[in-house]
Unconditional design. Structure first.
Length: 214
């Protein structure tokens, strides 16, 4: 069973995550769900973009399951939970920033992987496309664009200070860089793609909490 590139368990995980976001987000329930939906829908489109070329290069990511859902949604869920118990709206900004990090990583990995000249962060030497811990000029640029898209959607949804658009874009970008750094260790056998994704959302989300407000 496939829907939005997720298997049956992945779909169930998305529905459970959406349920808890709705329950824990209080007055921001609809806004928070819209951010998650935007990430999901845009992410699918980015994944499917130039599908044939990615498949030919062996870098196309196939059907996902609960691990992918959890790694991208765990910190946003934690942010919602902390908002529920503290009523501190800065956790809502952490939620948005964490999805900006996830989107930055999505753009960097799914579009940047098409760049013909990635280099490893560990030694700045050329590596094959799709290598964890690798970056490219194209991927780096697109990571910021991906995060900025979430910042723009958040501006429409929450009506926060316009300056937050750029800050969320920057924090999401920093999150994607932390993902790439974690990817270096992933290549050495320490951690997985899921742990790298979680680190990405964690870093972006914490920066959002510390420096942003509604």
């Amino acid at each position: 069973m496939r829907f939005l590139l997720l298997d049956a368990v992945g779909i169930t995980s998305v529905l459970l995550a959406a349920f808890f976001v709705f329950i824990l987000s209080g007055i921001y329930a609809i806004q928070n769900l819209l951010i998650a939906l935007a990430f999901l829908v845009i992410g699918v489109g980015i994944t499917k973009y130039m599908y044939e070329e990615k498949k030919e290069k062996g870098v196309y990511e196939h059907e996902r399951s609960w691990q992918n859902v959890l790694s991208n949604s765990l910190f946003p869920l934690i942010s919602c939970g902390l908002y529920f118990f503290t009523q501190d709206s800065k956790w809502i900004m952490a939620y948005v920033a964490s999805f900006a990090g996830a989107m930055a990583d999505k753009f960097g990995s799914e579009l940047g992987v098409l760049s013909p000249n990635p280099v490893s962060l560990s030694n700045l030497k050329p590596v094959r496309q799709g290598t964890s811990g690798a970056i490219s000029l194209l991927g780096t640029y697109l990571s910021f664009i991906g995060a900025l898209i979430i910042g723009l959607i958040g501006y429409v949804v929450y009506n926060y200070n316009p300056m937050n658009i750029l800050l969320i874009g920057f924090f999401g970008f920093i999150g994607s860089i932390s993902d790439s750094i974690a990817g270096v260790f992933e290549e050495k056998g320490f951690g997985t793609k899921s742990t790298s994704n979680f680190i990405c959302t964690l870093v972006a989300g914490i920066l959002g909490y510390l420096f942003l407000s509604l």
